[in-house]
Design a protein around this ligand. Structure first.
Ligand code: GLC
Ligand code: GLC
Length: 817
C-alpha cells in the first residue's frame, strides 16, 4: 500500500493523505538554520545546534505522534468554522490534501469548503530564517471573509532545560511586539545576544504572544480560543510560554487569491550593541530590520526560492545516472544524495527519532557521513574534517562526540571506542580522492582543542593508526574498548544496574575483549594510510603501515576465521563471539563486510565463503540482519546488544548501515546480481508499495528494519539520520555503478546485474564533466578492460586527472567479463 508517489521530474515526493503511518518529514535549511517539517506541518526549528539554540518548541513522543509545528488556521468569519490547511492540528477532514517534500522545501496544499490554501516552507540560502509563503484562494461563487492565524511556540533556547526547568522558565519569558513583528527575547536581557523574530507581511488584526491566552485554559491546538472566537487577545507574554501568533483578516472575491508571507528568523547582535537606545532593555533592531523587510517582499521570496532550486541543481548535478532501474536512479540522482546532506549537517542529532537534546556530532558517524557528501560541497567537508580532527586526543583516541556549537568533545561520553580513530583516516582519504587536495594533510590541527598542540593533520592519522597498535589483545587482535562500530557490543561493561549507560559503564580493565571488526578496519585504514604516506614520499612509513596491516591479516586468518565466516569478537573471558561454537550470535554481519572490504580473504576464497554464509544465515527479503541466532535473553558479558528483544536494533534487526558493506563485498567478488538484489531490498523507493509494512518515509533510508525474529519483520524505524545514507550512496555510485574516485583518477569498474544492457553516468570530477556510457552487450556482471575517452582508447580503466575543460568529456566502457 502507498501513501503517495514520487514526482521525479520535480524531485519531490507527493504525499496524498495526511495520516501516513508515521509522520513523514523533510528538512528545511542546509547551512546554519534548520527545521524539521512533517507532512502535516509538525516539527521545529533551530540555529546550528538542536539542543542549545532551539527556536521553536516540540514535544517528542506525543500522542498523536506529531503535534506542535508551524501552524496556520483558516477561519470562515461568516460561519465561524475553522480548520488547519495542513490537517494538523484540527484534523478537519479536508476535501483535498497534498504535501510535496522537495529539496530543502515543503509545500502543503489543501482545500476545504472551496477555500484553497497552499503554503511553501523553505530557508533561503545564506540566511538564518524560514519563510512560509501562504496563498489562499476563494473558489466559491460568493465572497469569503476569512481570518488567518499563525501559531508557533517559542522554545527558551536550551531545549533540554526548556523541557525540564519550569520553576525558572515560567518566569523568564519575554517578547516585544512592534508593527507586524513578534520578537522573542527570553534571556536577551542577560547573557544572550540572539533573539528570534516572527514577522507577517500583512497588517495585523491582532496578535498573541502568550500561549495559554491564545489557546485558552484547558484547550489544545485543535481549538484555540483566539481562533474559535475569531479575534486575537493581543496578549503580551511575560513568563510562562511565549508564543507567536498573528491574526490577519482577508476578504476574497470569487476566484481571488491572496498571498501572505510569514517569516521566522534568528538574529544575533554584537554584544556591545544589544540595546537601542543603549541604556534601555529594548532590542536593537537596526541590523535585523532590513532582513525582515527583504523577505516580506514577495519578489525577494520568489528569487530566494529559485536560488535554492539552482543550488540543488548544482549539487545533484555532480553525479547523475540513467540506469535500467528506476529505484536506483531516483535514490542516486535525488533522494539519497539529499539525505546525505541531512546526515552531514545534523549527524544523529535531530529527527523524529533523535530528540536533538542528546547527541552532538559523532566522531565515527561524521567521518562516515563524508562518504556521501564530499562530492557535493568539498569545502564544507574539509572544514568538518579539521573540526573533527581537532577533538582527537593526543594519544590518538577520540572524543566519541562533540557539540557543533562549541566544537568541543563531550566529556560525559568521553572516549575509548576503539574503532573511532580509523574513521578519520577513511574520511580524509575520501576527501582527497574526491578533490586531489593533498594540502589538507599539512593543516595544523590541535589535539583536544588545546591551543599550542597543533600538528599537521597527517600526524593525526599516524596516531590513529598507532592507537590500535598500542591496544592489542591476547590473540593479537585489537582490543575493543567500550564498543566498536556496534555501539551495543559492550564487552567490558558487565552492567547489572538498571539505567546505567552501556557505552560508558566499564567494569572490566579492557585487556581481554577483542574485535575482529576493528582488525578489518585497521587493515583497511592502514592500506589507505600507506598510500597517503607514499604520496608524501614517506616510503618507510608506507612500508610500516603495510607490514602492520599484513601482520593483522595473518592474525585474522588465525584467530578471526571460523571455518565458514569471520568471527566477530572475543569476549572478556577470551571466548569467541560470532562463531559456530556459540549458542546464539553464531554469525555476525559486520565483521564479514569489514574484513572483505579490507581485502581479507579475496585471494583464497574465504571472502566468497563468508558471503555465502551471509546469504544463507543472515539475508532476508527485507535486508540483512545483524546476527543470528538472535539473543533470547540478556547476557551481562555482551551488554546492550542482548538488551533488545530479538529482531530489533543491534539484536538481529536489519541494521541498514552495514548492508552496503556486504554489497561492496559482493561487488569485490564480482557478484553484480546479488549486490544489486541486496541494495534493492533496503532501497526505500523499492519498498514504497509495502508502505503499510515499512511505515517510514519511502524516500529516505531508515536506520533499522525489524529482522526476522521480530513480529513486525519489515517495519522500518529511525528514518533519516543514519550512516546508511552515506554508505548506500557511496556503494551505489562507486561500487555498483562503479564510478570510483581514487587518489589519481576516476576508476570505471561497474559491477551490475547481468540483465542490465548498460547505463550512463554524468560525473563532475576535479574540474571536468565526464559522460560515461557503459555498455553490457554480453550480459556480464563486471569487467571493463579499456576505456574510450573522446573516442580514443586508453589502457586500463582509470580516467587520469586532466586539466579542466569546458566541454563534457565522452567516455565509453564495455563490460567484457
Ligand atoms: C548508531 C550509531 C553508530 C553506530 C551504530 C551501530 O547508528 O550512531 O555510531 O555505529 O548505531 O551501533
Ligand atoms: C543505542 C542504540 C545504538 C546507538 C547508541 C548510541 O545503543 O542501540 O544504535 O548507536 O544507542 O548511543
Amino acid at each position: 500500500m502507498r501513501f503517495g508517489h514520487f514526482d521525479d521530474s520535480k524531485r519531490e515526493y507527493v504525499i496524498t493523505q495526511p495520516d501516513t503511518p508515521l509522520p513523514w518529514i523533510n528538512y528545511l535549511g542546509c547551512e546554519a538554520y534548520f527545521g524539521i517539517i512533517s507532512n502535516t506541518a509538525g516539527g521545529y526549528s533551530f540555529y546550528r545546534d538542536a539542543r542549545l539554540r532551539r527556536l521553536t518548541r516540540y514535544r517528542y513522543n506525543n500522542a498523536p505522534f506529531d503535534v506542535g509545528g508551524r501552524y496556520l488556521y483558516l477561519r470562515d468569519n461568516d460561519s465561524g468554522e475553522f480548520w488547519s490547511p495542513s490537517w494538523q492540528p484540527t484534523r478537519t477532514k479536508l476535501d483535498k490534501y497534498e504535501c510535496r517534500h522537495g529539496m530543502g522545501y515543503t509545500t502543503i496544499g489543501s482545500s476545504y469548503g472551496k477555500i484553497e490554501a497552499q503554503t511553501i516552507y523553505f530557508v533561503p540560502l545564506g540566511e538564518t530564517l524560514e519563510i512560509w509563503k501562504f496563498q489562499v484562494t476563494n473558489r466559491r461563487k460568493q465572497a469569503a471573509r476569512l481570518s488567518i492565524f499563525s501559531s508557533i511556540e517559542f522554545c527558551l533556547w536550551d531545549a533540554q532545560d526548556d523541557a525540564t526547568n519550569f520553576q525558572r522558565n515560567f518566569s523568564t519569558g519575554q517578547v516585544e511586539i512592534v508593527d507586524e513583528v513578534i520578537y522573542h527575547k527570553t534571556e536577551y536581557r542577560e547573557r544572550r545576544n540572539h533573539f528570534a523574530w516572527f514577522a507577517c507581511s500583512e497588517k495585523l488584526a491582532g496578535f498573541d504572544t502568550q500561549r495559554d491566552t491564545f489557546l485558552g485554559a484547558y484547550r489544545s491546538w485543535d481549538n484555540p480560543a483566539a481562533v474559535e472566537r475569531g479575534k486575537s487577545f493581543n496578549s503580551v507574554a511575560h513568563g510562562w510560554a511565549p508564543h507567536g501568533s498573528h491574526h490577519v483578516k482577508v476578504n476574497l472575491k470569487p476566484g481571488e487569491t491572496r498571498e501572505i508571507i510569514f517569516v521566522l528568523g534568528y538574529h544575533e547582535n554584537p554584544v556591545d550593541q544589544k540595546f537601542d537606545p543603549p541604556d534601555s532593555q529594548t532590542i536593537n533592531k537596526r541590523t535585523v530590520k532590513p532582513v525582515i523587510a527583504k523577505y516580506l517582499d514577495g519578489k525577494n521570496v520568489t528569487a530566494a526560492f529559485e536560488g535554492l532550486r539552482r543550488y540543488w541543481d548544482g549539487l545533484l548535478g555532480v553525479y547523475q545516472v540513467d540506469s535500467p532501474d528506476l529505484h536506483a536512479n531516483r535514490m542516486v540522482n535525488i533522494w539519497n544524495a539529499y539525505q546525505c546532506m541531512a546526515t552531514f549537517n545534523l549527524s544523529r542529532s535531530a529527527s523524529f527519532y533523535e530528540s536533538g537534546i542528546g547527541r552532538g556530532l559523532g566522531f565515527r558517524d561524521s567521518n562516515q557521513d563524508l562518504l556521501g557528501f564530499v562530492h557535493m560541497v568539498p569545502s564544507r567537508a574539509r572544514e568538518r574534517i579539521l573540526d573533527i580532527a581537532a577533538t582527537q586526543l593526543a594519544g590518538g583516541g577520540a572524543f566519541h562526540q562533540y557539540q557543533p556549537l562549541t566544537k568541543r568533545g563531550n566529556n560525559d561520553i568521553g572516549s575509548g571506542f576503539n574503532d573511532d580513530p580509523h574513521w578519520l583516516t577513511l574520511g580524509v582519504a575520501t576527501y582527497i580522492k574526491e578533490t586531489g587536495d593533498w594540502s589538507i594533510l599539512d593543516e595544523p590541527v590541535q589535539f583536544e582543542n588545546e591551543p599550542g598542540s597543533e600538528q599537521p593533520l597527517y600526524e593525526h592519522l599516524r596516531r590513529s593508526f598507532n592507537y590500535t597498535l598500542e591496544r592489542i589483545g591476547p590473540h593479537g587482535l585489537p582490543l575493543i574498548g567500550r564498543a566498536d562500530w556496534n555501539d551495543c557490543l559492550n564487552l567490558n561493561c558487565f552492567s547489572d544496574t538498571p539505567g546505567q549507560s552501556f557505552q560508558t559503564t566499564t567494569n572490566k580493565d579492557g585487556r581481554v575483549a577483542e574485535s575482529v571488526f576493528i582488525a578489518g578496519l585497521f587493515v583497511l585504514a592502514g592500506k589507505e594510510l600507506a598510500a597517503i604516506a607514499k604520496k608524501r614520499g614517506l616510503n618507510k612509513e608506507a612500508e610500516r603501515c603495510l607490514a602492520e596491516a599484513a601482520k593483522m591479516e595473518k592474525v585474522v586468518y588465525r584467530h578471526g576465521w571460523d571455518g565458514a565466516w569471520f568471527v566477530r569478537a572475543y569476549d572478556d573471558f577470551g571466548k569467541p563471539i560470532g562463531s559456530k561454537v556459540c549458542k546464539e550470535g553464531k554469525i555476525f554481519t559486520e565483521s564479514q563486510g569489514m574484513c572483505i572490504m579490507a581485502g581479507i580473504g579475496l585471494k583464497d576464497g574465504k571472502a566468497k565463503r563468508a558471503l555465502a554464509s551471509v546469504n544463507k544465515h543472515l539475508a532476508t527479503k527485507h535486508g540483512i540482519v545483524l546476527q543470528q541466532p538472535a539473543f533470547s535473553k540478556y547476557y551481562i558479558h555482551m551488554g546492550e546488544i542482548s538488551s533488545y528483544p530479538p529482531g530489533y536494533k543491534e539484536n538481529a534487526g536489519i541494521f541498514c548501515h552495514y548492508n552496503p558493506w556486504i554489497i561492496i563485498s559482493e561487488t569485490m567478488v564480482g557478484n553484480g546480481n546479488r549486490a544489486f538484489d541486496y541494495y534493492t531490498r533496503i532501497n526505500p523507493s523499492a519498498r514504497e508499495n509495502i508502505g503499510d509494512r515499512h511505515r517510514c518515509e519511502p524516500y529516505v533510508f531508515a536506520q533499522m528494519i525489524a529482522g526476522k525474529d521480530a513480529p513486525t519483520h519489515g517495519e522500518a524505524k529511525n528514518s533519516w539520520l543514519t550512516g546508511t545514507a552515506a554508505w548506500t550512496y557511496f556503494t551505489a555510485t562507486q561500487w555498483i555503478l562503479g564510478i570510483r574516485t581514487e587518489f589519481d583518477g576516476l576508476r570505471v569498474d561497474p559491477v551490475i546485474p547481468a540483465k542490465w544492457k548498460g547505463f550512463t553516468v554524468t560525473r563532475r570530477f576535479r574540474g571536468n564533466t565526464y559522460v560515461i556510457e557503459v555498455r553490457n552487450p554480453k550480459g556480464k556482471q563486471r569487467g571493463v578492460k579499456k576505456l574510450l575517452v573522446n573516442g580514443r582508447e586508453i589502457a586500463g580503466n582509470v580516467l587520469p586527472v586532466r586539466p579542466p575543460q569546458s566541454k563534457p568529456i565522452p567516455v565509453e566502457a564495455v563490460l567484457e567479463g
